[in-house]
Design a protein around this ligand. Structure first.
Ligand code: PAZ
Length: 381
């Protein structure tokens, strides 16, 4: 058994030792059927959007858990723009986090009850008039709600959106592995947009207390294990042809680009989107290898000479501490997307404006990704 006192968990040992969550089979089947359905439509591209934070329970009868800040805004917003670009979307999200369309009316920012008005029955003698009060959307909100409602109905009628929930980091890892196995058959038509904020640490099953941890000791000491870096097998084994986008969140701006480059170098996927915690709604940076961009394809990552080195174990840890140490900077290219550039007229949007009248950074991100993904697909034809 691997644990913090011995070797860190590898992806393999993780899945050998940590139990699959309840409901995995049913959820996996739903995702698999969704993929198969859209695979049959040759023109359809499919994207997996992961969204929201993962929890790490401290007790198996869970009272307390480790969590993070993510509300799922990035994922829910991006899913809408992918749908509007004609993608079929698997939205793998944290339970109770924001969801596409309903996110516009979150209980804290824009409670839906505030949109509604009561219409009292008319006193007219007409037999057809109702005697019951009815509820309508107030006129001032109708204009902004209408396109959201239409897009929501479109996604339901066309069955292009499948939402699947996770809560713990263990749920997330098992579901990710399972959906990736299904999506691998899409070859290059599948995109992975991994925006969830996944815990770096977890408590292996054997270390989780069964009952609520008692407070009579006064202090609580926890030693957590590192979550294995599943991006590595995902890119190299589970779906070698998929177009894979990971996110890198930092709070120290100086680390954003070096750590994004280090992730690309380590895992060999196509794109890292770097974002700073406080600026994430206004600017992001795309970090990619130059040779991928120039040739418009990325299979170099798996073939011989041009493949960047995959940094293993000790080297991986070293580069985590000093992310610039092993990286050839010339190999990488950065492209900033900033909402400020719209004001300056240096960037275009797909629709001109977000549905609430404000442009959202996700609209710019998805526009860029659709182009890159298409080039990735075309490069194989
Ligand atoms: O969910 P949200 O919109 O509040 O935040 C989005 C985000 C910062 C979690 C996402 O853009 C991101 O960077 N995800 C990866 C985080 C990481 O594990 O580095």
């Amino acid at each position: 058994m691997t644990s913090s006192s011995s070797q860190p968990f590898s992806t393999e040992s993780y899945f050998q030792t940590q139990k699959p969550p309840a409901g995995l089979k049913e959820k996996s089947e739903k995702m698999h059927n969704f993929v198969e359905k859209w695979k049959a439509v040759k023109s359809k591209k499919v994207v997996l959007v992961t969204s929201g934070g993962t929890t790490v329970p401290l007790e198996s009868n869970t009272v307390r858990f480790l969590d993070n800040f993510s509300a799922g805004t990035r994922g829910a917003t991006s899913a809408e723009y992918f749908l509007s670009q004609g993608y079929a979307v698997i939205f793998l999200h944290r339970l109770h986090s924001l969801r596409p369309f309903s996110r516009h009316y979150s209980h804290s920012l824009n409670p839906f009850l505030d949109l509604l008005s009561v219409v009292q029955p008319t006193t007219s003698s007409s037999s057809s008039s109702s005697t019951e009060p009815s509820i309508i959307v107030s006129k001032e909100y109708t204009k902004s709600l209408l396109p959201i409602l239409q897009a929501y109905h479109d996604s339901q009628n066309s069955e292009t959106l499948l939402s699947i929930e996770f809560q713990t980091v263990n749920d997330y890892l098992w579901l990710l592995k399972s959906v990736t196995a299904s999506m691998a058959s899409l070859s290059r038509r599948g995109m992975f947009y991994l925006a969830a904020a996944v815990s770096d640490f977890f408590l292996p099953e054997e270390k989780v207390a069964e009952h609520k941890i008692q407070s009579n000791k006064g202090t609580l000491s926890l030693e957590m294990d590192q979550v294995p870096k599943v991006l590595k097998p995902l890119v190299q084994e589970w779906t070698p042809e998929g177009y894979i986008v990971s996110f890198k969140l930092e709070t120290d701006e100086a680390l954003l680009i070096p750590k994004s480059r280090a992730a690309l170098s380590r895992y060999g996927h196509q794109l890292v989107i770097g974002n700073d915690l406080h600026r994430r709604k206004y600017e992001v940076v795309f970090v990619e290898r130059r040779n991928l961009l120039q040739k418009g394809k990325g299979d170099e990552r798996l073939k011989g000479a041009e493949t960047p080195p995959i940094i293993e174990s000790d080297e991986e840890n070293k580069s985590e501490l000093n992310p610039t140490a092993l990286i050839d900077k010339e190999e990488y290219k950065e492209t900033w997307l900033r909402l400020d550039d719209l004001k300056n007229g240096t960037a275009e949007t797909v629709n001109g404006k977000g549905r609430d009248g404000e442009v959202e950074i996700e609209e710019l991100i998805i526009k860029e990704l659709v182009d890159r993904h298409q080039r990735w697909i075309d490069a194989k034809m």
